[in-house]
Write a protein that binds this ligand. Structure first.
Ligand code: ATP
Ligand code: MG
Length: 280
């Protein structure tokens, strides 16, 4: 059974159509990388999938449960003075559950923010136990045990009592990953997890993500690290101007892109050294 099913998701900001009908699905344990030029809609897609943003139309199902459905609505035609009224028209729109239900269901999608978003005045441990205790009503003991386990997973067992300001960027990012894992999401999503980091710290974070894959964590990663996507991802989506231009096996797509547009993008990235750790 697919862990995530996304059907024909569309999203506009005013007149700007940013997502023009996105369709894909993910299996348990799959790592999917989303690549593409700046402004192509990658972050918007991730925000729609983690429910920080609402899509206009399209369906989203997680673990076989439809979270966002679709319905038909009749829009009354407008009438201007002295003119024939426009005819009524039927439009299809996404249908979302009530806010509180969406908040709970939305927890199945974990998100690691680019700039970590740790609470600066809380210790690492408190950063990790806060949501499980508040939202999932876990006891302090259970939340602490879970947090310690997740910190070990990202190689930071000894930092439980540190404060964010005492950590390097890479360590902060790994704490943010551990924090997301504490909520036991069905899919862990990343938006360019290493773009704020220097090359050495980038490697550290990419290694943690590769380890999580070995442990079977299902992940959706927006990234400019093409070599990483090629090595770690199973599948890749090349998103261009709001359209899934290419979608398939990671190595196949990156080594042999079918469209001119993807070829151009990949060539540019490789020749500029962006996303290539060895270039630094
Ligand atoms: N809240 C918003 N209001 C209006 N326009 C927006 C909003 N968010 C994004 N956009 C526009 O949508 C388009 C896609 O933006 P998005 O951030 O999804 O691109 P991206 O692929 O993540 O780019 P990058 O690689 O630079 O991060 C851009 O033209 C952007 O200006
Ligand atoms: Mg972005």
């Amino acid at each position: 059974m697919a862990v995530l099913e996304v059907n024909n998701v569309k999203k506009s900001f005013g007149d700007l159509e940013v997502l023009k009908g996105i369709t894909f699905s993910m299996e348990k344990g799959e790592v999917l990388a989303v690549i593409g030029s700046s402004g192509g809609g990658k972050t918007t897609l991730l925000r729609c999938l983690t429910f920080l943003e609402r899509c206009d139309s399209g369906r989203i199902a997680i673990d076989g449960e439809e979270i966002v459905g679709e319905g038909e609505f009749i829009v009354k035609g407008k009438k201007k003075k002295g003119e024939e009224p426009e005819p009524d028209k039927t439009v299809v729109r996404s249908v979302y559950p009530k806010d509180e239900d969406l908040r709970i269901k939305g927890l199945k999608m974990g998100l690691v923010f680019q700039d970590f978003n740790l609470f600066p005045h809380y210790s690492v441990l408190r950063n990790l136990t806060l949501a499980p205790m508040l939202v999932q009503k876990k006891s302090k003991e259970d939340a602490t045990a879970l947090a310690e386990e997740m910190l070990v997973k990202v190689g930071l067992g000894e930092k439980r009592d540190a404060y964010p300001y005492q950590l390097s960027g890479g360590q902060k990012q790994r704490v943010a990953i551990a924090r997301a894992l504490c909520m036991n999401p069905s899919i862990l999503c990343f938006d360019e997890p290493t773009s704020a980091l220097d090359p050495e710290l980038t490697l550290e974070v990419l290694k943690v993500i590769a380890d999580l894959k070995k442990q079977g964590v299902t992940m959706l990663i927006v990234t400019h690290e093409i070599e990483f996507a090629r090595e770690v991802a199973d599948t890749v989506i090349f998103l261009d101007k709001g359209v899934v231009l290419e979608y398939g096996d990671a190595k196949e797509l990156i080594d042999r892109p079918k469209t001119e547009r993807a070829r151009e993008f990949l060539n540019k990235i490789v020749s500029s050294g962006v996303g290539d750790d060895k270039a630094e």
